[in-house]
Design a protein around this ligand. Structure first.
Ligand code: ATP
Ligand code: MN
Length: 467
């Protein structure tokens, strides 16, 4: 086969030098035609669009075409031509075809559509579908948007550890990390497990949040963000929870809760706008296939400013709704940790735009949140989104050493885990705030997908760690 430098299909579709000799490589989506001419739809992942390869059977060996089946990998040399077909600009008139990798009839992604549930069982192949190609290209774009946003604002990308020795990060159930032989556990004289022999010489776990270390960084570098995996061993089989997910956690010295809300709103809007500006083809596909209101919903979020409301006011609205006959699965009263159905009622039914709820009861929030004067609430903020419920959780942090210490003692959090964290308040303490955005929750919103298992390549959930 003649050596021609490969052009990715995203580029080849835009080229205007009609008549040029080109090479493309990719996987066969479909092949159709008659005994004179065949049309091969080739996709290489660079775009949701396929390149149409036109095969004149007078020029290409028919025997070779037998191996051109759905899923096979091809290298195609040909002449770039203007396409007469709808919705494509160029096509390729094949001069030479090389089958790089065959795919027989057992290839699971034959033409007929598969349900998203079925595709989860073949998560190793699902990126080859239009849907998952679109989702994972958008996922990449969202990661770039996030780094771009913070970099432009002068934040530093800070790496916090994934293995932690403290069991009080406060955000959820943890996975243990150990090299001990679980079939032969040593115990100390009082019958407890002997961790002195373990890899770190003490119990360790996978982190549920990088926030505490993030605060160390914010109170020295000024403004930082983390963006990495987090792990929660919560046995909640919902369409919004993963055992392994990615979180973005900005933390900023001298920001109060209002600055924190402003940052969260600007940040999400930046990401949504980035998707609209950079992922138009993929969003259009998801809009047409799954959710006819997707693009309108994304545009809607950019237009409106988010409602800002105290938890106490939010609960009043929900209680009023119950009085007027609205049925919730879970009860609602002051002090309750709101369920997703409550959050979504506020956003979708009542205000019809995103809501930032603030000043939650201290009992349902983490120990490090700044205590309000009323003695009952803390300066927390949750950003609530249509279809999702909570997408961001954050707060202004308690900067006062004595108040923080008192809360730590009240909750019986062991000091051995906390001394380094308290040092931020002991030496040059300052007001500061931050929040955590679940990357996959953002992905759910931006793609319109319904299940969090469909916006991460290889989901980890209870009883599932395949691939
Ligand atoms: P939820 O109430 O929805 O379980 P949370 O209050 O436990 O969330 P936080 O500890 O505030 O969550 O975490 C910050 C953000 O991380 C959340 O706003 C959400 O976007 C995301 N998040 C939390 N838990 C998960 C999970 N198990 N899977 C995916 N994302 C999550
Ligand atoms: Mn939360």
């Amino acid at each position: 086969m003649k050596q021609i430098k490969r052009t990715i299909i995203a580029e080849a579709l835009k080229r205007t030098d009609i008549g040029a000799e080109v090479n493309i490589k990719g996987w066969v989506r479909t092949k159709r035609g008659n005994k004179n001419v065949n049309f091969i739809a080739l996709n290489d992942g660079s775009t949701i669009k396929n390149m149409q390869v036109v095969v004149d059977l007078a020029k290409i060996d028919e025997q070779l075409l037998k191996a051109v089946t759905t899923g096979a990998c091809l290298s195609v040399n040909g002449i770039l031509a203007e396409s007469l077909g709808q919705g494509q600009t160029t096509e390729i008139q094949a001069t030479e075809i090389d089958v790089l990798g065959k795919a027989d009839e057992t290839y699971p992604l034959q033409k007929k559509g598969h349900s998203l549930e079925k595709l989860r069982e073949i998560a190793h192949l699902r990126p080859r579908t239009n849907t998952f190609g679109a989702v994972f290209r958008i996922r990449h774009n969202m990661a770039i948007a996030i780094h771009t946003f913070f970099h432009q604002k002068g934040f530093y990308y800070f790496h916090t550890p994934l293995i932690t020795g403290s069991d009080c990060e406060g955000a959820g159930q943890m996975f243990q990390v150990t090299t001990m032989d679980l079939n032969n556990l040593k115990r100390t004289e009082d019958g407890k497990l002997d961790f002195s022999e373990d890899f770190f010489g003490k119990p360790t776990s996978l982190t549920v949040s990088g926030q505490l270390e993030g605060e160390l960084a914010a109170t020295s570098l000024g403004a930082i963000y983390t963006f990495g995996p987090t792990f929660r061993a919560e046995n909640s089989n919902t369409p919004r929870h993963l055992a392994e997910f990615w979180m973005i956690e900005p933390e900023v010295a001298f920001n109060d809760i209002t600055d924190n809300m402003d940052l969260a709103e600007e940040f999400i809007k930046f990401c949504v706008k980035w998707a609209l500006d950079n992922c138009a083809d993929d969003l259009q596909f998801l809009n047409d296939m799954f959710d006819k209101e997707l693009i309108a919903r994304l545009q809607g979020v950019l237009k409106d400013s988010f409602v800002r409301l105290a938890y106490t006011e939010g609960v009043k609205i929900l209680e009023e709704a119950v009085k007027n006959g609205h049925k919730f699965e879970f009860p609602v009263y002051w002090g309750v940790d709101l369920a997703s159905e409550h959050e979504r009622y506020l956003v979708e039914e009542h205000f019809k735009r995103p809501v930032i709820l603030t000043d939650y009861p201290k009992e349902i929030k983490a120990f490090y949140m700044k205590q309000n004067e009323d003695g009952k609430t803390v300066r927390a903020m949750d950003v609530l989104f249509p279809k999702i419920g909570e997408i961001i959780g954050g707060s202004e942090r308690e900067a006062d050493y004595d108040k923080l210490l008192a809360r730590i003692q009240e909750l019986n959090i062991p000091m051995k885990d906390m001394w380094w964290y308290l040092d931020t308040r002991k030496y040059g303490s300052c007001p500061h705030s931050g929040f955590g955005l679940g990357f996959e929750r953002l992905m759910l919103f931006v793609t319109g997908m319904q299940n969090i298992r469909d916006v991460i390549p290889f989901p980890r959930t209870p009883k599932n760690a395949e691939f």
